[in-house]
Design a protein around this ligand. Structure first.
Ligand code: PGA
Length: 227
């Protein structure tokens, strides 16, 4: 049975009470977790309370952050460093197209990947095309490092217009050619109706879900439908 990653990217959504409400409505049986890793990536402000609620619910959900500081602890106003994130989360989304659009360069993303790995976090590295995997990114090429890569084509993110499962599988093959046998996910307008089309591709190890993850019932259905 292959391991399937289903990752929720909440982006800049939800207050503390909305997150609590989400968790109460998100009702998934333990059996669903057998071969599935469910990771929720909320805003920083929710990591602490979600961690407590997850423990109270005895849920197997894991947490991820949506960014990491380039710096260690110290005089860096507004920054949240790897050691701080590690208290609450095991994963961090990096290289998302929405952050690249804000001007985050390949060099900055590479440094953040290095920071994440040094902090004991697993980076979920988003790329929209293969050129974003540089041959001079030692953190990426070093297969000893635990990383997850998500192929998220620009036209598909938040558009309701997903890429085809065949393209996702082809891209996963290209990524594995460069990086070895890392888990490659597909992201971009995934929902409960189309999730299994991606997950059933042998090269694709799961999905990164934005909008559809905000609704707890839809996200639970995505998990159930991913076989
Ligand atoms: P979407 O977002 O599912 O809303 O298209 C995916 C993402 O940005 O990770």
């Amino acid at each position: 049975m292959k391991q399937i990653f289903i990752i929720a990217n909440w982006k800049s959504n939800k207050t503390e009470s909305e997150a609590k409400d989400w968790l109460e409505k998100f009702n998934i049986q333990d059996a669903e977790f057998t071969n599935k890793e469910i990771i929720v990536c909320p805003p920083f402000t929710l990591l602490s309370s979600l961690k407590s609620s997850i423990e109270n619910h005895k849920s197997q959900i894991k947490l991820g952050a949506q960014d990491i500081s380039l710096f260690d602890e110290g005089a860096h106003t507004g920054e949240i460093n790897g050691k701080q994130i590690k208290e609450f989360a095991s994963f961090v989304i990096l290289g998302h197209s929405e952050r690249r659009n804000l001007g985050e360069s390949k060099e900055v993303i590479d440094k953040k990947i290095k920071m994440a790995i040094e902090s004991g976090l697993i980076p979920i590295i988003c790329i929209s095309d293969i050129s974003q995997i540089q041959d001079n990114s030692p953190e990426l090429i070093n297969s000893d490092n635990k990383i997850i890569v998500a192929y998220e084509p620009l036209f598909a993110v938040g558009s309701g217009n997903p890429d085809t499962p065949e393209n996702a599988a082809n891209m996963a093959r290209e990524i594995k050619k460069k990086l070895g046998n890392v888990p490659v996910l597909y992201g971009g307008s995934v929902n409960s109706q189309n999730v299994n089309e991606y997950v059933k591709m042998s090269e694709v190890s799961g999905v990164l879900v934005g909008k559809a993850s905000l609704d707890p019932l839809e996200f639970a259905q995505i998990i159930k439908n991913a076989q």
